[in-house]
Design a protein. Structure first.
Length: 377
């Protein structure tokens, strides 16, 4: 099992890292961004962010590469994605560990996210031989009609902290086999994970002439994000994050008649009827609420329970919460790590406060904060 230093070494993460890739690593010219381990609150490493000039170079690399990449037969494009999937398999433990370090996910969740990337790569490889179009009967003699799908161009990919790699893969692998190139703007909370993934992709693409398929620009929303969503050269923006962010992205892209793919926050509920299996309810609800410390868009936030079973479910759920080991997500046996940062802690505390004001009762635990690893369960 790799420790924190071994994880960084395995992925080529140094004390300082470039946050700009445009068919090759740039000497990024933006401000320095430190990444902090939410478990220890210590700095992991630093990344030099992309400036607007660096962004321009990344877009140009994506445009130039798109001109040739779109002409490559789709099955050949799929072969590059297949090799990326193989490289992810080789680096699964280290990359999963880096996700645990930056996000606070337990190691199993971190490696599970890498497995999602591998699975999507496998799916995309199959898709590369199935980009079909319809043949349609024509009413005109000696004519035929058919549909042929064409690549859009450079795709902007904006990812959130809670799934720092899987969301990139969902977009990047499928876009690549379809003939598109991309520019990735990751969350500023998880820059090192993005650097590590881009390094892996670069090792696969190096020497192919298609190094500009997978580009990276780490930077703030004001510097890089706003520039990207308003850039007419980027016909599609795929963004994952809060509803507020989605509204901002969707409005800006629609204004320039671009296209958006938005995966945003949720307020999810489980509805429990009197005849439900209580044990099944508890297993499902506990994982849905505790996974990624409740920071998923699919996290459980509400249980709506029929009165006949409500007391039993509440009792069993409180007992189950008491058994959840909280601690360093890289350690064996831990089921829940920390929230991503201080802002998340304050938001959680505020939500509990509102629930109490509205008549809610805390059935287990409270607002005591764990501030030292030695205090973890």
């Amino acid at each position: 099992m790799l420790n924190r230093e071994q994880i960084k070494d395995a992925l080529g993460i140094g004390a300082g890292n470039s946050g700009a890739y445009a068919g090759g690593w740039l000497e990024a010219t933006g401000e320095e961004l430190a990444s902090y381990d939410p478990t220890t609150t210590e700095a992991i490493a630093a990344t030099t962010q992309a400036s607007r000039d660096d962004y321009e170079r990344a877009v140009q690399a994506a445009l130039d590469t798109f001109a040739v990449w779109r002409m490559v037969p789709a099955p050949e494009r799929g072969s590059y994605v297949r090799r990326i999937g193989e490289a992810l398999r080789d680096n699964k433990a280290a990359l999963g560990g880096m996700i645990s370090m930056e996000v606070g996910k337990i190691r199993a969740e971190g490696e599970g996210e890498v497995q999602e990337m591998i699975d999507v790569a496998d799916f995309a490889v199959g898709l590369s031989r199935q980009l079909y179009g319809l043949t349609i009967a024509s009413e005109r003699p000696r004519h035929r009609m058919y549909e042929q799908w064409h690549p859009l161009g450079p795709v902007g990919v904006i990812t959130s902290f809670n799934f720092p790699t899987a969301v990139w893969a969902w977009n990047a692998c499928i876009a690549a086999v379809c003939g598109d190139t991309m520019i990735w703007k990751p969350s500023s909370s998880t820059p090192l994970t993005a650097v590590a993934v881009t390094r892996i992709a670069h090792e696969v693409m190096a020497g192919s002439g298609f190094e500009g398929v997978f580009n990276l620009v780490i930077g703030s929303g004001g510097t890089v994000g706003d520039t990207m969503i308003n850039d007419r050269r980027v016909p599609l923006i795929s963004a994952t994050g809060s509803c507020g962010m989605g509204e901002r992205v969707g409005t800006a892209v629609a204004k320039r008649l671009g296209r958006s793919l938005l995966e945003l926050g949720g307020n999810n509920a489980i509805i429990v009827m009197d005849d439900a299996d209580p044990d099944l309810v508890i297993r499902g609800a506990l994982f849905a609420a505790v996974g990624t410390a409740g920071q998923r868009c699919t996290s459980l936030r509400r249980l709506i329970i029929q009165r006949g079973i409500s007391d039993l479910v509440a009792k069993k759920l409180a007992e189950s919460y008491a058994t959840v080991p909280i601690g360093d997500p890289l350690e064996d046996g831990i089921l829940m790590g920390p929230l991503i940062n201080q802002s998340a802690v304050e938001t959680f505390a505020a939500a509990v406060g509102i629930a109490k004001e509205q008549g809610g009762e805390v059935l287990y635990g409270g607002m005591q904060r764990i501030t030292r690893l030695d205090d973890y369960i």
